[in-house]
Design a protein around this ligand. Structure first.
Ligand SMILES: *Cc1c(COP(=O)(O)O)cnc(C)c1O
Length: 417
């Protein structure tokens, strides 16, 4: 007997966290927390304090009073979420910029090896940053792309088979943005280290949704964003992780005064700081950093084990609804069925996915996420998504498909999807 959505919501030990988010339209079914998380109420307070008091009253005195330490302080909180030491993570720049910095650092730090390996499930911006880093270095590196046979997953053995003594770096999204497939980080790291390659993980779809054990998995490098499951706000700063023993061996290609050993000595030559701070560049964006902190605090408070347990229940609930309601309508499942290798969203496939998403948003007050060519992503963000929302979201989807309500919409792709 399958529990009803209402029963599952009553049993949900994280249910009270929903009240800590700004929800002005209780009828809106928001299933896009994996693209932009909801706003924590405490973020509103943090921004008010950061503007009215800190920026407004304290002015430049704000720097020694807390701003200058914000990247390391917030980085240490993220470290707790991703299984790293507090001095291995720092908040800085965007995910893409951090990827560029760490790809260049890794290739310089592992010289004489021509290949960088990634996969075709990785986020396009990651491909761009990797090829940009290769162009920048002009040392003849080549990118090798592992292909997924089913566009859903890639096995650890497939990765191991692609790595050789000529591989400098393996880099991939830990959780794939379309299918939600999750790599076995420990197995892949072991395979990379066996041939002397470094690993760099993009945690954007993992952080705050699935426990990550960077230290335990022997991960070398990682990056990720804070505006998805960490609910940090649009364009909130990203983070980067460099394992402690690698920090002195690697350095950022973008030399800036925040990565300099003694910035206020105003020395004209660059000497990188010791530790993770050497990967900082320039003045950090304080308002968006402070706005991001409450979402990170909520995640630490709830605990990754409880978040993951609810996330698994929610994605299993979605897949069960898929089997009963969506599969009979001809939709396909574009996510793994095995929850041990699935993140916190489920992708439903339909050739008319884009028009269906338009109908969901305009007619049903359901916000999904369309990803080319045929993916309708339903994200479960365990701190505020309810089982009832998931059920109603699937019912709406079934209605739009069954009654062909999407036919009223054109198939022009919007500027942003
Ligand atoms: C969201 C996401 C990004 C975003 O990069 P930005 O530089 O923040 O725009 C990068 N990689 C992955 C895997 C993502 O999911």
């Amino acid at each position: 007997m399958i529990a009803t959505a209402a029963e599952l919501d009553r049993q949900d030990e994280l249910a009270s966290f929903r009240q800590r988010f700004f929800i002005d339209d209780p009828d809106l079914i928001y299933l896009d927390g994996n693209s932009l998380g909801r706003m924590p109420l405490a973020a509103l307070e943090a921004v008010k304090r950061a503007t009215e008091f800190e920026w407004g009253s304290r002015l430049v005195r704000g720097w020694p009073e807390g701003w200058v330490g914000a990247p390391a302080r917030i980085g240490a909180k993220i470290a707790e979420i991703i299984g790293a030491q507090p001095d291995e993570v720092v908040l800085s720049d965007s995910t893409t910029v951090n990827l560029f910095k760490l790809v260049v650092a890794a290739l310089r730090g592992n010289p004489g090896r021509p290949y960088v390996v990634t996969d075709d499930l990785n986020f396009p911006s990651d491909h761009y940053a990797i090829t940009g880093a290769i162009d920048f270095l002009r040392e003849g590196h080549e990118l090798q792309v592992i292909r997924s046979a089913n566009r859903i997953h890639i096995s650890s053995d497939q990765v191991a088979g692609a790595l050789t003594e000529n591989t400098a770096l393996f880099t991939a999204s830990h959780t794939s943005f379309k299918s939600a497939f999750v790599y076995d980080m420990k197995a892949v790291s072991a395979a990379a280290h066996e041939v002397g390659a470094l690993t760099l993980w993009d945690l954007s779809h993992s952080v705050g949704s699935i426990p990550v054990a960077l230290n335990e998995s022997n991960a070398d490098l990682a990056i990720g964003c804070t505006y998805k499951y960490l609910n940090g706000g649009p364009g909130s700063p990203a983070f980067l992780y460099v394992r402690r023993d690698l920090q002195e061996k690697l350095s950022s290609p973008i030399h800036g005064w925040f990565g300099q050993r003694d910035p206020f000595a105003f020395d004209l030559s660059y000497t990188p700081r010791e530790g993770i701070g050497r990967f900082l560049v320039g003045t950090p964006p304080i308002l968006s950093s402070l706005a991001a902190e409450p979402g990170i605090d909520l995640t630490v408070e709830a605990g990754m084990d409880r978040i993951r347990a609810k996330s698994v229940r929610q994605t299993e609930f979605l897949i069960d609804l898929y089997d009963r309601v969506l599969k009979p309508l001809g939709m396909v499942l574009n996510s793994p069925r095995d929850s041990s290798c699935r993140g916190s969203h489920v992708s439903f496939g339909h050739p008319e996915a884009m028009r269906i998403c338009k109908a969901l948003i305009n007619d049903e007050n359901v916000i999904p996420d369309f990803r080319m060519p045929d993916n309708i992503r339903y994200g479960a963000s365990p701190l505020y998504t309810t089982f009832t929302e998931l059920e109603e979201g699937v019912e709406s989807l079934a209605k739009v498909v069954r009654e062909r309500r999407f036919e009223r919409y054109d198939s022009e792709r919007p500027n942003v999807t």
